[in-house]
Design a protein around this ligand. Structure first.
Ligand SMILES: [Mg+2]
Ligand SMILES: [Zn+2]
Length: 221
């Protein structure tokens, strides 16, 4: 195979659970749940819904939110070992996340450089948190309103010389997975890969991804 390049989701993939949901559960007034339901029913786009949910939160909460996630958010088993493995094998590794910079960068700060992370951005200068969208959908995106549009990010990257591997778990990873040469999937994404006959392996820990890469894809140790 050509050299692999990895595009990895953050919430529910690198971390065991979804950080935006955790933030809202802890800090937002009850009204956030109606917005979340609208997102899942596709009555509002992810971009509009996530923007609205964060606008319920005062900018003063920034440090409290970071502290809360530092204490409560956990990496999936094997993640740090997997990163060591990809670095040792000089496999480019990028996080492409629908999360927000102030917590994604923070949780990954000992492991990745910000240049290796694509995500949304928060602005704290107003009374409430405002989200900005540096990686919104390009014209080819059939969805529009993704927020951080994963297939658009992949199209902007220089992937020609690489075998693109997407690692993810949910609906926002599906369009990225369709752009990939190979997929590591769990949960909803794994079911969809099955249905659509996309080339994938199911994973639960990053040790699964590491051993698959080593054996099936012929990556040297
Ligand atoms: Mg996810
Ligand atoms: Zn999009």
């Amino acid at each position: 195979m050509r050299n692999p390049m990895i595009i990895c989701d953050f919430d529910g993939t690198i971390t065991e659970s979804d950080n935006i949901i955790a933030i809202m559960n802890k800090f937002a007034p009850a009204g956030w749940k109606a917005i979340k339901d609208q997102i899942f029913l596709k009555e509002v786009s992810i971009q509009d819904g996530v923007g609205k949910m964060f606008s319920l939160l005062s900018s003063d909460l920034k440090e409290n939110i970071i502290d809360y996630l530092n204490q409560n958010s956990r990496f999936r088993e094997g993640f740090t070992e997997f990163l060591t493995f990809v670095k040792k094998n000089q496999i480019p590794f990028y996080v492409v996340s629908g999360g927000i910079d102030f917590f994604v960068y923070k949780l990954l700060e000992d492991h990745l450089d910000p240049s290796e992370i694509y995500c949304n951005q928060a602005e704290f200068s107003g009374g409430n948190i405002q989200i900005q969208w540096p990686y919104s959908c390009d014209q080819q995106c059939s969805n529009q309103g993704c927020g951080c549009c994963k297939p658009s990010v992949i199209r902007r990257m220089n992937t020609e010389d690489y075998e693109v591997i997407v690692i993810g778990d949910s609906i926002t990873d599906l369009e990225a997975a369709k752009c990939a040469d190979y997929i590591f999937a769990r949960d909803f994404l794994a079911e969809q890969c099955d249905k659509l006959a996309l080339p994938y392996s199911r994973f639960e820990t990053f040790f699964d991804c590491k051993s698959e890469l080593e054996k099936s894809l012929g990556v040297k140790k």
